[in-house]
Design a protein around this ligand. Sequence first.
Ligand SMILES: Cc1cc2nc3c(=O)[nH]c(=O)nc-3n(C[C@H](O)[C@H](O)[C@H](O)COP(=O)(O)OP(=O)(O)OC[C@H]3O[C@@H](n4cnc5c(N)ncnc54)[C@H](O)[C@@H]3O)c2cc1C
Length: 536
Amino acid sequence: MTEIMHVPVVVVGAGPVGLTVANLLGQDGIDVVVLERNATTVDHPRAIVLDDEGARTLQAFGAADEFLPHTIEGDGARYFDDSGHCFGTVGAGPRTYGFAKRHFMYQPELEAELVKSLERFPSVDLRFGWNVTGINQDVSGVTIACMTPEGERTIRCDWLLACDGGRSPIRQWLGIEFVGSTYEQDWIVLDLKADPDLVNYSRFYCSSTRPAVSVPAPRGGRRYEFMLLDGEVGAEMLTDASIGRLIAPYREFRKEDIIRRAIYTFHARIASRMRQGRALLLGDAAHLTPPFAGQGMNAGLRDAHNVAWKLSMLVRGLADASVLDSYDEERRKPAWAMIQLAVAMGQLVMPKGADQIALRGMLLRMLEAFPGAQDYFLQMKFKPAPRYDSGLFVDIDRQPYEASLVGQMMPQPVVKTAAGKTVRFDEILGPGFALIAQNEKDAAAIARLTHPLWQQLKPALIYLAGADKEISGVGPIIPVVTSDGFSRPLRTHRDQIVLVRPDRYVAGAFFADDEFNFADRFQQLLQNRVMERMSA
Ligand SMILES: Cc1cc2nc3c(=O)[nH]c(=O)nc-3n(C[C@H](O)[C@H](O)[C@H](O)COP(=O)(O)OP(=O)(O)OC[C@H]3O[C@@H](n4cnc5c(N)ncnc54)[C@H](O)[C@@H]3O)c2cc1C
């Protein structure tokens, strides 16, 4: 009989999501085995947009500075009608979370960077060529059967993270439904190099005859996507002749410039639950979105950041298994909202039938007369903000201030340290929890906090002072002054101490004299959630 290896966490799938969650856990020193059935990471381009939240997740384990130089910062999008008239412009948008809203990238380069990043974390064991062939879950763990280059192997783990992609065998073995719909239209995706169109924004051709999208790619490349029409057969449409015809309105066809040509069917689906016992679904295994909002991989990176710190605390004995319930509670609803956004954008780009096309034309003409409304649609102001309305937050629905940040991702201002260095705020926060004071009295208070919770969380203690303040770096507090406007929303809590979770969401805010009550409540969320709910 083969020896059974035991490990706290197994990640199945070395796509961007599996590699990201492994990096986050590895940074905390958690023992993790990553199992990937292929011999290497995927070598063809898929996701082409990394958003600001995704970049922030990479920053959390020190990979952003390495990877972002391989990307190009996006300058939004332009929308064109049948006559070639640009009826809508989306700008680059603010850097609220510390990074450009869009970075155009190649997914294989991101995956290579994530693999390289893992080399820094000896507790992570990445195994290529390990195909998971079955799982068996019981009350104390999960047994995983694998076919490996050396034959059959079995691994036993306490927690299984299924990052095994849209067809997720694990989701199917768990019997979790994948609800939603599949698009009738297939699309051709063409990745080209040496493209003459070097603008760093996306172009949406909202054509009534052939909807198409073109997106910048690093190093002078560009991706073109064309909707297939009824009756068009995928394989025939991938020939040089067909591609030449499709691309003709946009550029010259040169076979040697084609990096990849493929047909894709788009889906809008979500798992009916993201946790089942000791198994959790992340990334495409949990949700699939049409690519119009560039959110597929980014939604998965959010899953990774959301679950990693909870699992890390659980494995280190600092939280109960019930914290993992908050993963589904926090992530499923926003993930579905993001899918709906992509579906809505798809309807704008590819309306069905003459009626919808006419309606879209009318709507767009009307919007031009109302710049405010046009702005709302085209700047995607309906895009769901990074916020949760329930989960591991203290008093999320009973905040004294209307503009409270509790439940929201904290903005990431650029700050200046006592040594005069200018950095993004998260560099000061570090990878774990942080307590932020915004006045001298609270700065003194966070140096004296006594509740045992703080011993467990070991938060970074930060004094975020106004730009006009003199600061000096003495004691346990790290003082910084703001040097851009993105800290303004934090001023809502200027008389409170703000607790930020490792995934950069604001867990709660409290007045210094309410420390014990607040800390008790948060500790209950981590370690006694059921009791808290029953007594609520
Ligand atoms: C044409 C196209 C364009 C896209 N554009 C964007 C975009 O602009 N922005 C964006 O955010 N997203 C985009 N996406 C989506 C993005 O590529 C996916 O969301 C992302 O790859 C999902 O990552 P993942 O790690 O969840 O899954 P995957 O990348 O699919 O990785 C899953 C891994 O699990 C492995 N695996 C599966 N089964 C097993 C098993 N039994 N044992 C071991 N290993 C297993 C697979 O081999 C694979 O390596 C696009 C997708 C497509 C197809």
